[in-house]
Design a protein around this ligand. Structure first.
Ligand SMILES: [Zn+2]
Length: 67
């Protein structure tokens, strides 16, 4: 019978290579401004996002009946 045990290597791998950023904590990502480009995040105003840089407003809910 073979003895069961945790297979642990003597060589320690660098943990930094497998570093995970905040596991389990989901950060809400704000959308970026379409005008200003990536890097300019839009502020959350409840039902819409607004860019504080150019003033561009983007609504969260898109109306399917918007015609
Ligand atoms: Zn903008």
């Amino acid at each position: 019978m073979s003895e069961e045990g945790p297979k642990q290597s003597k060589k320690e791998k660098p943990v930094s290579s497998y570093y995970k950023i905040e596991e389990g904590k989901v950060e809400r990502l704000l959308p970026t401004c379409e005008r200003c480009g990536p890097g300019y995040f839009m502020a959350d105003h409840g039902d819409r996002y607004s860019c504080g840089h150019c003033g561009f407003t983007r609504y969260k809910i898109e109306n399917p009946q918007d015609n």
